[in-house]
Design a protein around this ligand. Structure first.
Ligand code: DAH
Length: 339
C-alpha cells in the first residue's frame, strides 16, 4: 500500500498540463469528493496500528503535493495567457522582415564622401535654415549684389535675415569661422531654391561643397584634385575647366568631364558634344577668407560645389529628378542591390 502511495506521489510531482481542463481533471482525480485522497483517508481505518503513522504522513504528503501542483499549473497557465494576449501566439511563424534600400542620392553622397576622405577631407555640416551672412554676405554677395538674383531664395517671411540656404557654400563660411588652416573639408547637404518643379529641376536638392585652404594652394592643386575625383567616381580622367563667374571665387571655372560619344545615350546626355558639366569651382576669393577670419595674405585655397542629385540621375540613368523625392517604392526598390 505504502509503495503504491509513493508511486502516486512521484506521479503527482512530475505531472504537467497546459489547459484548464487538464488541471481540473487532475484535481478531481486526487482531491475531488470521490477522489483518490478521500479513498486513502477512508483506508486509514483498516491499516494496522504500527503502519498507521507512516501511511497517514504519506497520504498527507500526497495531498499537499497535489494541492501545490494544481496551484503551480494554474499560475503557469495564467502567465502564458498574459504573454499571449500581449504578443499574440508566440509559436506562429515570423513575418518576413523587408530590408530597405539606400536612396540613390545617399548612394552617390556616400561615394563622394568616400573618395574625398581618402585624400584627407573631413565631412562637415551646417544648418538648412541659414542667415543672410553665411549664405550671401560673407561669400562676397553683399546686399543688392546682382548675383543674388541668380539664386531664387526662399525667405522666412517674418524675418528677411533668415532663409533656406540656397547652396552648401554657407557651410564653408561656418567652417572657416571655426577652424584654422590647413582646412580640408567637404559639406554635403540639402539646399532650397524657389524654382518651378520639372523633370530637370526641383525646389530642393542636394549639393556637396569642397574646401581646401592652406599656404600656397594653387589652381593646379584644384585641377589635380578634381581629376582624381572624376576618375574615382566616373572612371573618366579627361576634364576641362571653362572660365566662369562666382562671387566667392576668383578665378572661377565650370568643370566639364569628357563622357564620350560611344552610345546613343551618351549623345543624348551630352547633346552631341561628349562633354558633361558637373560642377563649379575656383580659388576662394581673398575677401571671403578675410570675412571668415583667415588672413588672405598668408593663406589661399580652392572651393568647388556640385549637385548630388544630378550625378545620381546621370549614374543610374534616371530621367526625372522628381522620382528622387516621391518615395515611390517601385522606384526605390531598384537600388536594393547597391550598397
Ligand atoms: N554655390 C554654387 C552653386 O550653388 C556652387 C559652387 C560654385 C560652389 C563654385 C563653390 C564654387 O564652392 O567654388 O551654384
Amino acid at each position: 500500500m505504502i509503495d503504491q502511495l509513493k508511486k502516486q506521489l512521484e506521479e503527482v510531482k512530475s505531472f504537467t498540463a497546459d489547459s484548464q481542463d487538464a488541471i481540473e481533471a487532475f484535481r478531481i482525480k486526487y482531491l475531488g469528493k470521490k477522489g483518490l485522497l478521500n479513498d486513502y483517508f477512508q483506508e486509514l481505518r483498516n491499516i494496522p496500528k504500527e503502519e498507521k503513522k507512516v501511511f497517514g504522513q504519506t497520504v498527507n504528503e500526497l495531498k499537499i503535493a497535489a494541492t501545490e501542483k494544481i496551484q503551480e499549473l494554474k499560475n503557469n497557465l495564467q502567465d502564458k495567457e498574459e504573454v499571449k494576449s500581449l504578443y499574440g501566439d508566440l509559436t506562429r511563424p515570423g513575418e518576413p522582415l523587408e530590408l530597405g534600400a539606400r536612396h540613390p542620392t545617399s548612394l552617390v553622397k556616400n561615394q563622394i564622401i568616400d573618395i574625398f576622405s581618402r585624400i584627407g577631407f573631413t565631412v562637415s555640416e551646417g544648418p538648412e535654415i541659414e542667415d543672410d551672412w553665411h549664405n550671401f554676405t560673407a561669400l562676397n554677395l553683399p546686399e543688392y549684389h546682382p548675383a543674388r538674383d541668380m539664386q531664387d531664395t526662399f525667405f522666412i517671411q517674418t524675418d528677411p535675415d533668415i532663409l533656406l540656404r540656397t547652396h552648401t557654400s554657407s557651410v564653408q563660411v561656418r567652417y572657416m569661422e571655426n577652424h584654422k588652416p590647413p582646412i580640408r573639408t567637404i559639406s554635403p547637404g540639402r539646399v532650397y531654391r524657389n524654382e518651378a518643379i520639372s523633370a530637370r529641376s526641383h525646389c530642393f536638392f542636394h549639393q556637396v561643397e569642397g574646401l581646401y585652404i592652406d599656404k600656397g594652394v594653387s589652381f593646379a592643386d584644384l585641377k589635380q584634385t578634381l581629376q582624381y575625383f572624376t576618375t574615382a567616381l566616373f572612371g573618366k580622367s579627361r576634364i576641362r575647366l571653362r572660365p566662369s563667374y562666382f562671387p566667392f571665387t576668383e578665378p572661377s571655372a565650370e568643370v566639364d568631364v569628357y563622357w564620350g560619344l560611344e552610345t546613343e545615350t551618351d549623345y543624348r546626355m551630352t547633346k552631341g558634344t561628349g562633354w558633361l558639366e558637373i560642377m563649379g569651382c575656383g580659388m576662394v576669393d581673398p575677401n571671403v577668407l578675410d570675412n571668415c577670419g583667415i588672413d588672405s595674405k598668408e593663406y589661399s585655397g580652392f572651393a568647388f560645389g556640385m549637385g548630388i542629385d544630378r550625378i545620381a540621375l546621370l549614374l543610374y540613368q534616371v530621367s526625372d529628378i522628381r522620382l528622387l523625392s516621391e518615395n515611390d517604392l517601385r522606384f526605390l526598390k531598384q537600388f536594393k542591390s547597391i550598397l
